[in-house]
Design a protein around this ligand. Structure first.
Ligand code: FES
Length: 193
């Protein structure tokens, strides 16, 4: 005859082991969840440290690719080619449309005809006069002169002069290296504001 008590104790012990094993087994799962959370936190922090965001990539792609630069590049080439032959400046005047104006050089005591497609300085030098200059780019005042007849820009067009302010222009001052005649006038060379 079997004693039921040991059998019952054995069954209880077996169930206890199974339960403990099950509990321990499920105890590892939260570890994976924590890892995912850490990875997610890192991922969220990356854009804030300068990692390119989708928006930034889009800007880069738009500026670098898109139509902007290729289109601008083509335009730039065209401008450069034309600029090389005087394309976009006030001297860009077709040969058959060039006009001439009588300009009196007060200090030289002569009146000459100046074309409207060349700077005053160059045309004065063509006369053999030793006129003052330095940069020849409108970035100093070495070549400055004064038009006695009124505001200089009523008589000349400057090609990107960067030195004279509105008052000086209104007083008749001009930078002869970048000044293209647009009317007849009298000029005193070697006169800076
Ligand atoms: S030479 Fe420098 S502005 Fe004319």
């Amino acid at each position: 005859m079997l004693d039921p008590l040991p059998i019952a104790l054995a069954a209880i012990a077996t169930l206890t082991v199974v339960l403990v094993s099950t509990v321990k087994g499920t105890g590892w799962e939260p570890t994976e969840d924590i890892s995912d959370e850490i990875v997610e936190r890192r991922a969220n922090s990356l854009p804030e440290t300068g990692f390119p965001e989708p928006g930034n990539r889009a800007i880069g792609a738009g500026g670098g690719g898109g139509g902007a630069i290729p289109a601008g590049g083509e335009g730039g080439e065209g401008e450069l080619e034309e600029g090389g032959s005087g394309g976009s400046g006030p001297g860009d005047i077709p040969e058959d449309e060039v006009e001439y104006f009588e300009v009196e050089f007060a200090k030289q005591g002569e009146t000459v005809e100046l074309a409207n497609d060349e700077p005053i300085l160059e045309q004065g030098e063509d006369q053999g006069w030793d006129l003052p200059y330095a940069c020849r780019q409108g970035q100093c005042v070495s070549c400055a002169g004064r038009i006695a007849d009124g505001p200089s820009e009523d008589f000349v067009e400057h090609d990107n002069q960067q030195m004279l302010d509105e008052n000086e222009l209104d007083d008749g001052y001009t930078l002869t290296c970048v000044a293209y005649p647009r009317d007849s006038f009298t000029i005193e060379t070697g006169e800076a504001p």
